[in-house]
Design a protein around this ligand. Structure first.
Ligand code: HEC
Length: 122
């Protein structure tokens, strides 16, 4: 392949991905899951558990963790805290939205909710 042809191939690929990726990156989910994801970000779960919920050196991976927690166990840990996990029972947004947080993280865990931008399915 000569240089000109290579350059135009690369340009073509850039234009194609530039056009496609912004639309492809927001996955459509239920309103409940969308609200859960918003809470996860806004109430700072992500500062410890990471933007993708996969945790870090000192914080558990919730994508794998939620495979072993049912909804009641999840609520108990989040509302009452455990070890270095702070209690959120005094946070009204988290307490009121605990079911949507669970739905979001359960979806991340079972693979139905991808990491990254989400939008409410129409
Ligand atoms: C200050 C850091 C921090 C923040 C903020 C935080 N967590 Fe945690 N979380 C932890 C730590 C540390 C643990 C492990 C607790 C232990 O050792 O038992 C944990 C454990 C958990 C677990 C149990 C995981 C398992 O596998 O058993 C869940 C579920 C969880 N957090 C959800 C949340 C949610 C939802 C939020 C936001 C509302 C949140 N966390 C905010 C630090 C944090």
């Amino acid at each position: 392949m000569n240089k000109v042809k290579l350059a135009s191939t690369l340009l073509g690929a850039t234009l194609m991905f530039g056009a496609v990726v912004p639309f492809a990156s927001a996955a459509a989910v239920s309103e409940t899951i969308f609200n859960g994801a918003k809470l996860y970000k806004r109430e700072r779960c992500e500062t410890c558990h990471g933007a993708t919920a996969e945790g870090g050196p000192a914080f558990p991976n919730l994508v794998t963790g939620l495979k072993n927690l049912n909804q009641e166990q999840f609520k108990a840990v989040v509302l009452n805290g455990r070890g270095n996990m702070p209690a959120f029972s005094g946070n009204k947004k988290v307490a009121d939205g605990i079911d949507s947080l669970y739905a979001y993280l359960k979806g991340r865990s079972d693979g139905t909710v991808p990491a990254g931008d989400l939008e409410v399915a129409k």
